[in-house]
Design a protein around this ligand. Structure first.
Ligand code: ATP
Ligand code: BTN
Length: 244
């Protein structure tokens, strides 16, 4: 089935485009752009989105289970992207809790899930992903953390059209499975992709820093951190994970 698709060469943000049109779109609608003037990451951070062959893709998803299920959904999106890239020939694709894809300890892609809706009602989610395929060196030099391209993870790069189409199809299947079955069946799969599983990490929680060993995710999608006090789940959008 063909999704509702907006292909827009230059845009502020593909997430914003869908958020502005939530009431007029079917669930599963997709927006793709060549260039974002105001691509964004979490907490107002910038997502560098130059022309080139990168992927800037957002999908609108109506989640009947409501906002409480949104955290799990954004983890499952990571699995859908990692599965897609792996199926298309990429090797050693990894996830970093909660919302990044990694290759060789460098950031390859980011996921930003934004929502509108009221407690108790269906949540209207816009799930955005930015994937570096062949980031131009000049723009890449502006990124203030280690990053990489899909071109480095693949012997043969798939065409961007094939990549986008396969990704959209996989997102549909995976999100539908999540709505029916919940997060539980995805936990082992997520942990298999976990870049930091059993590695020392620190969590930045506002001004606080907690160090420990990452032990994967739990049934709620929280990150399990082992410290001398035992294993504690950490959950919430204001937490950032860093390798030690
Ligand atoms: P967190 O763990 O809190 O998610 P983060 O540094 O990954 O931390 P995000 O908001 O997820 O922060 O992503 C935005 C950050 O990603 C930017 O501050 C920048 O460091 C980095 N970044 C921006 N554009 C790109 C890009 N095209 N490719 C890789 N990394 C990028
Ligand atoms: C992150 O790592 O913080 C998430 C980055 C998400 C970037 C994508 S690009 C497509 C969509 N539109 C945006 O403005 N952001 C997301």
């Amino acid at each position: 089935k063909c999704p509702h698709l907006s292909l827009i060469p230059v845009i502020d943000s593909t997430n914003q485009h869908l958020l502005d049109r939530v009431g007029q779109l079917p669930s599963g609608a997709v927006c793709l752009a060549e260039y974002q003037q105001a691509g964004r990451g979490r907490r107002g951070r910038q997502w560098l989105s130059p022309f080139g062959s990168n992927l800037y893709l957002s999908m609108y998803w109506r989640l009947d289970a409501g906002m409480a299920a949104a955290m799990g959904l954004s983890l499952v999106v990571g699995i859908a992207i990692a599965d897609t890239l792996t199926a298309l020939g990429a090797q050693d694709i990894k996830l970093k809790w909660p919302n990044d894809l990694y290759f060789q300890d460098k950031k390859l892609a980011g996921i930003l899930t934004e929502m509108t809706g009221q407690a108790g009602d269906a949540a209207h989610l816009v799930i955005g992903m930015g994937l570096n395929i062949a980031m131009p060196t000049k723009e890449g030099s502006e990124i203030d953390q280690a990053w990489t391209n899909l071109a480095d993870a693949c012997d043969t790069l798939p065409s961007r059209n094939v990549l986008a189409a396969t990704l959209v199809e996989r997102l549909h299947t995976t999100l539908t499975e999540y709505e029916v079955c919940g997060l539980e069946g995805f936990i082992t799969r997520w942990n298999e992709y976990d870049n930091f599983l059993n590695r020392p990490v620190k969590l930045l929680i506002g001004e606080r820093v907690v160090e420990g060993i990452a032990r994967g995710i739990d049934k709620q999608g929280g990150l399990l951190l082992e410290t001398e006090q035992g294993i504690t789940p950490y959950i919430g959008g204001e937490i950032s994970l860093r390798g030690c």
